[in-house]
Structures are given as C-alpha cells and as structure tokens.
Design a protein around this ligand. Structure first.
Ligand code: GCO
Ligand code: MG
Length: 418
C-alpha cells in the first residue's frame, strides 16, 4: 500500500539520499561539557554522535572540525565500515584517545542514520535482542564506611541489583570516588585539583568497607569497586585476595594497565574477577589481557574506542576468551553514548554489565532519549537509530566551561596515578 509518506520519500535510503551534506561539531555544557556531532544527509535524515573526552573536549572538537569534517562532505553515510577504515587506517597516525573518540563520533552518527533510514532500532541492525534489558550498576559513595553503606542501601531501595561502592580513606582528604553531590563528578576545576594519596591507609580501609557492606546488605546484591589505577601489581594482588570473602562482581583498574603482564601477578594470587579498559581506545590495547584471560570484563566503550564498528570487534574477540563487556558509563559519557551503548548491550551475546550514573537534569533536557530504568536494568525503546536526539537551541544556552580531571600525589609530593 502506498501511504503518502512513502510516495514523498520514494528513494530514501539510496546512495544519493545518504550523501553527507554537512557535519556540525557542537560543544555544550549542560552541567558538564559534551561534544555532540550532528551529521545531516541529503534526505534530511541526520545522525548524532558523541565526541566527549573528559577534560580534553576541545582537542577532539578541533580534530573533528579541522581534519575530519572536510573529509565527510559528499560521502555516502551508508559506507560505515569504509568510513571507519578511511579515518583509522587512512589517517596514517593511528589510535590514541583523541583520534579514536573523533572516529567514534562519526561512526555512531552513521549507525544512527542507517537505523533511521531503515526504520529500525540500532540493536536490530546489530543482530537483534539477546536480552530484555541491560543490567546496570550505580555509584554509591560516602565519606566513611557507614555513609557508604547507607548509600548502597538507597541504591538497593531504588531497585539496583548491582552497586559500585567507594568510601573515604582516613587521613586522605579527597579520596577517589567520594563526593558531596548527587553524582560523583571529578572534573571540577579549570586547572587540575591536586589530591594526596595514601596506599597503606586505603589497603586497610577497602576490605573493611566490603565486610560491612556484606554484613548490612547480604549476598543478594552485586558489589563492585574501582581502584582507579592506584596500586602497584603486588599491592593489587593483595587487595584482590583480601576482598575474596566478599565476592565482588569485579575489582576495576587494580593497577595501571600499561604493564599488562602485571595482571598475571594478580591472577596468581586471587580469584576476584577483574575489569579493565575504560582508558583503552583500540583492540590492540585489549588484546594481551583478553587472549591471556587476565581479565573477566572489558570496559572499553563506544565513545573512546572508535565507535560501534570497532568495539564490536573487541567484543567478538573477548567472546572467544569468555571475557564479557562492562562498558564505562560515568557522567562524562553523554546520553548519546549511553543510548548507543545500551543498544549494543541489548544485542551483544557476551554482555556482562553496564555502568550508569545519573546525568544532571539539564543534560537530560538537552539530550532527549529513549531508555528507561526498570527493575535494575536499562531498557531501550524501538525508536529508529540509537534513540537519542539533541535540542540544539537549548544546547547553545550552555557554553563550554573549561574543566580538567584532578591529579594525585603521594604525601612526599611524588606524582601518582589519579
Ligand atoms: C568510572 C571511571 C570514572 C572516570 C571518569 C574520567 O569507573 O566510572 O573511573 O569515574 O574517572 O570517567 O573521566
Ligand atoms: Mg573506572
């Protein structure tokens, strides 16, 4: 049957209609900085990507504006794989967070266009549903153990099945993961805030936190913890071993993953599951840890890992080694990234969990989206594409505000991993 809409757009989806006519790099700060990328096609259909790299937003915006956008105009938005290859291989200078975040923005926008033109939600394009909703974990924190336990309790009351817990460390002024606000928001100041770190105090505190959490909340809730790259390999091994009785879902970034052999040491001493990869940006960063089964969850997500096209390769490779996905999803990952990630999570066979922090209300208004939290899981709707849009007028009301992530030093002034 020929509906009026169909006769008005008889060639929608042809190469001519898919021609990219423009690409707009937007920088907006509805509570925090985001760099959405809007790619319109000749048909009028547009795709939305995200190029947000916390504290380095303008570097990615410039990379896109000066070096990527001029290459997009006139190209076929339907050639998603070729576009990835063109921007990755073709650029000669490969990898790195700035490049891979810029490529991800383009890639996600093209998948969005494909979905909108096909009239299908992104998860359907990827291969359809593997599950009804994506298990998510929220962030509970407190200035001390008791406060953190209360915060975990509040997440459980809200229906969360999994909660990440962090707490203050006695003698440490600004411990990682502890905030006074609604959500933990580390990029607070124009120049990096200086924090002081104390490993021995932390190693005493963390097991006590989880002992208390299991006592207060039982074994029915999944508990996670982020070390945020602070420990040496042998310290990480000790913490992983000390936490074993509390059966963590995962221990994250226990030691910096540049030295990937370090994870062999942790494995030798503990069966606490390990998660790594939020700062990785290519499959080559993930390869050794995955093929040697040194981790259980890979955290590399769409926005910093070259987009859906590349992260799908990482996930497939991980599946061969029974490593599951656990995508990064802090507040610096915009609703556009969350939308794309949740469609991916809905499809990917080796899904583990999805991180989710609440966005500021202003962010929610700028990016209307089609996902909802129900019974501990996030559920995507059937809006074609990834289901996240942008209110550009509103976005323009929130100009860029320079902010950087903190740094950490030891008590003697030595620079440490933040
Ligand atoms: C996490 C992360 C974040 C990062 C932040 C950096 O596990 O959620 O470690 O808290 O620090 O995304 O921009
Ligand atoms: Mg982390």
């Amino acid at each position: 049957m020929n509906t009026p809409a169909q006769t008005e757009t008889p060639t929608q989806g042809s190469a001519r209609d898919r021609r990219i006519v423009d690409a707009k790099v937007i920088v907006t700060c509805p509570g925090r900085n985001f760099v959405p990328l809007k790619i319109p096609t000749a048909s009028g259909v547009y795709g939305l990507g995200d190029a947000t790299l916390n504290g380095r937003e303008l570097a990615v915006a410039a990379y896109l504006q000066d070096h990527v956008v001029p290459n997009l105009i006139g190209r076929d938005a339907g050639r998603i794989e070729d576009m990835f290859q063109f921007l990755y291989r073709g650029a000669y200078w490969r990898r790195g967070p700035v490049t891979m975040t810029a490529i991800a923005a383009v890639d996600v926008a093209l998948w969005d266009i494909l979905g909108k033109m096909a009239g299908l939600p992104l998860y359907q394009l990827l291969g359809g549903r593997s599950r009804e909703g994506a298990l998510v974990y929220g962030h509970a924190n407190g200035r001390d153990i008791a406060e953190a336990s209360d915060a975990v309790g509040r997440f459980i009351e809200q229906g969360f099945l999994a909660v990440r817990a962090q707490c203050g460390v006695p003698g440490v002024k600004k411990a990682y993961g502890v905030s006074s606000g609604k959500a933990y928001e580390p990029a607070e100041s124009e120049l990096p805030a200086e924090t002081v770190w104390n490993t021995p105090r932390y190693l005493e505190t963390a097991p006590k936190l989880f002992e208390r959490l299991r006592r207060d909340h039982g074994n029915g809730v999944e508990l996670l913890h982020d070390v945020h790259h602070r420990l040496t390999p042998i310290e990480a091994a000790r913490l992983a071993r000390d936490l074993e009785p509390y059966r963590l879902f995962w221990l994250e970034d226990a030691t910096p993953a540049e030295n990937q052999k370090a994870f062999e040491l942790i494995r030798r001493h503990s069966v606490t599951p390990l998660a790594v990869g939020e700062v990785f940006n290519s499959i080559w960063d993930c390869k050794y840890l995955i093929e040697n089964q040194l981790i259980d969850y890979i955290r590399t997500t769409i926005v910093h890992g070259g987009g859906i096209t590349h992260v799908r390769r990482i996930a497939d490779f991980a599946a061969l080694h029974q490593v599951r996905t656990g995508f990064h999803g802090a507040t610096d990952l915009s609703p556009v990234t969350m939308g794309a990630a949740l469609h991916f999570d809905t499809w990917v066979p080796n899904f583990g969990i999805q991180e989710w922090m609440f966005h500021d209300d202003r962010t929610e208004e700028v990016f209307p989206h089609d996902y909802v939290f129900r019974n501990g899981r996030l559920h995507v709707g059937d809006t074609p594409g990834h289901g996240v849009d942008i209110d550009e007028k509103l976005a323009a009301r929130y100009p860029y505000s320079p902010r950087q992530l903190p740094i950490a030093r030891l008590e003697d002034g030595t620079l440490w991993d933040w």
